[in-house]
Write a protein that binds this ligand. Structure first.
Ligand code: ADP
Length: 244
């Protein structure tokens, strides 16, 4: 099994509300359509989630405001999810989409996902909002991937982000940052908290944990999805996470 996380930074312009990058998702779908292994695809919410989440104080205790924000964010991420599904379907990928808001009643429940996986179905899920006893929570795509890796022990987990891999410093801020081919738990990374769900630091922590459950964990650039086919070769551009 393969788990692919498609970053919100890849398929949306994170600074512009509801800005979907249709051609980028189309190229990713094209590459995925040639894969013959069972797949779970998880996408981030990007500008369909973070901007309104911030505006409506999410995550936060249940209130009129957070409940209103919850509905806005969920409606928006469903729009993004629909765009993703359309692109996948146009390349012949028949997938079931599972939306956390409706799956999670207070706790993160993956039983339907488990059932569909056991039927051999390819599934899609995404970052979302969901309600617990006291609060409106956000679940990031990265956290979903971590949960799924723990449950399904995939052969490979691939994170597609808007950078070539993990660098020694934030490549968007430091011009001569150095791409790391492999990272293990001891590296210190100058990550930034650049959105609600934590930027590269949170992602790295999730990836380290995932690398304990998955055969291989990789971070690569989603703007160059064809690199997926080069993982394991000398030519591969990206970062392998964890030591195996
Ligand atoms: P995504 O939306 O793809 O899940 P995020 O936006 O949460 O990803 O995190 C990716 C961003 O993390 C990159 O755009 C990059 O600017 C930032 N970043 C911070 N530190 C690093 C680092 N050391 N190496 C790579 N990226 C980093």
């Amino acid at each position: 099994m393969l788990i692919i996380k498609v970053g919100g930074s890849v398929i949306t312009d994170k600074s512009k509300y509801l800005a979907f990058r249709n051609p980028v998702m189309d190229r990713i779908a094209e590459v995925l359509s040639h894969i013959r292994e069972q797949m779970i695809i998880v996408h981030g919410a990007g500008s369909f989630g973070h901007l309104k989440a911030k505006e409506f104080d999410l995550p936060g205790r249940i209130s009129e405001r957070t409940l209103q924000g919850m509905n806005i964010v969920h409606t928006d991420v469903i729009r993004l999810n629909n765009e993703v599904l359309q692109r996948l379907r146009s390349h012949g990928l028949n997938v079931s989409s599972l939306t956390p808001f409706s799956l999670f009643n207070g706790r993160r429940n993956y039983s339907l996902m488990r059932r569909l996986i056991s039927l051999g179905v390819n599934t899609v899920s995404h970052g979302d909002v969901y309600v617990t006893r006291e609060s409106v929570n956000i679940i990031s795509g990265d956290t979903i991937v971590r949960d799924l890796a723990r449950l399904f022990r995939p052969r490979r987990v691939v994170f597609m982000s808007d950078v070539d891999g993990v660098y020694d410093r934030d490549p968007k801020k430091i011009r001569n940052a150095h791409l790391l081919r492999t990272v293990n738990g001891h590296v210190t990374v100058d990550g930034v908290n650049n959105d609600v769900t934590g930027g590269m630091r949170g992602k790295l922590n999730a990836m380290f944990e995932i690398s304990r459950y998955a055969g291989e964990t990789v971070l690569m650039n989603g703007f160059h999805p064809e690199r997926l086919n080069q993982i394991g070769t000398e030519r591969f551009i990206g970062t392998i996470i964890g030591t195996k």
